[in-house]
Design a protein around this ligand. Structure first.
Ligand code: STX
Length: 316
C-alpha cells in the first residue's frame, strides 16, 4: 500500500476563536486546494496533530484541514481548560468550515477524534459527506471506569500499578477525581508529575505490541501536560453531553451518511464493544474489526484499512 508520506501543508496559520476566549487555533491545510474537503480530528482530547496523520490523504484528490484543538499542540493558550468543552470544539470547526468556504466535508477521526466526529455529525449532519472513524470512544461511564479505574488494569497490571500508586491509598477508589485534583492544582511540579503518570498509562496500553519509544513519548512534559489536563477535564465533565449514551441516542440522525469504523480487536483503551454498540444503532455502517491490532492509528492493519477507506471514498 502506498501512503502519502510527502504531504506538506500548502497553508498553515492561527485561526482566532470566534467566542472572544482568546484561543489561537493552529491549523494546517494539506493536499489540493481545490480538492474534496476533509476535516481531521485528533485524539485525546489534548493530543494534538502531527505529520504522520497526513499520510492517509491523496494530495491530488483531497484538501484536508487539520488543527490543534483548544489547549492542544501549538494552539494557545497551551493546556488551558478555560472555555474548553466539546461544544466549543464543534463551534470552532463550524467557524473554520465557513472561513475556508467549505460546504460539506468528509469527517475523519480516531479515538477522541471519533467522539468529536460523532458529536459534530450528529449536530451538523447536513455538513457531513462521509464519516471515517477509528478506535471508537463514546466516553460512557463504563468506558471511563474500564480504562481509568478497573478493567484494563487486569491486562496491564504492571503499568496500572505505576498509575495507581501515584495516588495515596485513601483516594484510590476514584482515580479520575484524584488525578483531576492534582492536574488542576497550583503546584506546577505536581501537575507535571500527575500528567506524566496519567499519560504514560495511556501510552503503555495503546499498542498491541508496546514500543518503548512510543510509550516514552506520552511522558514528554509539554505533551503530557496538555493531554492529561484536557482529557481529565473532559472526562470529569462527561464530555459536556449531559447524558451517558448521548452519542448512541443521536446515531439515527446519521442513517444517510456513509460511515466506516475501523477498530482493533485488542483495543484496550477503547474496547471493540463500543464499535458493536454503535453498529447496532447504525446498521448501514461498515464496521471493520482488525483482528491483529490494538488502539493505535499506526498499527499495520488499522492504517491500511484507513488508507483503503480514503481511496474508496474518492468515488463518492
Ligand atoms: N483517549 C484516547 C485518545 O483519544 C481516551 C487518544 N489516545 N492517544 C491519543 O489519543 C493520541 C495518539 C492523540 C496521543
Amino acid at each position: 500500500m502506498n501512503f502519502y508520506d510527502d504531504n506538506e501543508p500548502f497553508e498553515t496559520g492561527y485561526f482566532d476563536a470566534k467566542d472572544g476566549s482568546g484561543y489561537k487555533i493552529y491549523y494546517e491545510r494539506i493536499g489540493n486546494p481545490n480538492g474534496e474537503p476533509v476535516v481531521f480530528f485528533h485524539g485525546g482530547p489534548g493530543g494534538g496533530i502531527k505529520p504522520p496523520y497526513r499520510k492517509f490523504f491523496d494530495p491530488k484528490h483531497y484538501q484536508v484541514l487539520l488543527f490543534d484543538q483548544r489547549g492542544a499542540g501549538l494552539t494557545t493558550p497551551h493546556a488551558s481548560l478555560e472555555d474548553n468543552t466539546t461544544w466549543k470544539l464543534v463551534e470552532d470547526t463550524e467557524a473554520m468550515r465557513e472561513h475556508f468556504g467549505i460546504e460539506k466535508w468528509i469527517v475523519f477521526g480516531g479515538s477522541w477524534g471519533s467522539t468529536l466526529s460523532m458529536v459534530y455529525a450528529e449536530t451538523h449532519p447536513e455538513r457531513v459527506k462521509a464519516l471515517v472513524l477509528r478506535g471508537l470512544f463514546m466516553c460512557r461511564k463504563q468506558e471511563i471506569d474500564w480504562f481509568y479505574q478497573e478493567g484494563a488494569s487486569r491486562l496491564f497490571p504492571e503499568a496500572f500499578e505505576v498509575y495507581r500508586e501515584f495516588i495515596p491509598k485513601e483516594e484510590q477508589n476514584d482515580l479520575v477525581a484524584a488525578y483531576y485534583k492534582r492536574l488542576t492544582s497550583d503546584d506546577r511540579a505536581l501537575q507535571l508529575a500527575a500528567a506524566k503518570h496519567w499519560s504514560t498509562w495511556e501510552g503503555s496500553t495503546s499498542q498491541l505490541l508496546p514500543e518503548k519509544d512510543f510509550v516514552e513519548g506520552y511522558g514528554e512534559p509539554e505533551f503530557a501536560l496538555a493531554f492529561a489536563r484536557i482529557e481529565c477535564h473532559y472526562f470529569t465533565n462527561a464530555i459536556f453531553l449531559g447524558e451517558d449514551e448521548w452519542i448512541l441516542n443521536q446515531a439515527h440522525k446519521l442513517k444517510d451518511i456513509p460511515t466506516t469504523l475501523v477498530h482493533g480487536r485488542y483495543d484496550v483503551v477503547c474496547p471493540v464493544e463500543n464499535a458493536w454498540d454503535l453498529k447496532k444503532r447504525m446498521p448501514h455502517m461498515d464496521l471493520q474489526i482488525i483482528e491483529d491490532a490494538g488502539h493505535n492509528t499506526f498499527e499495520k492493519g488499522i492504517e491500511e484499512a484507513l488508507l483503503k477507506t480514503m481511496e474508496n471514498l474518492k468515488q463518492l
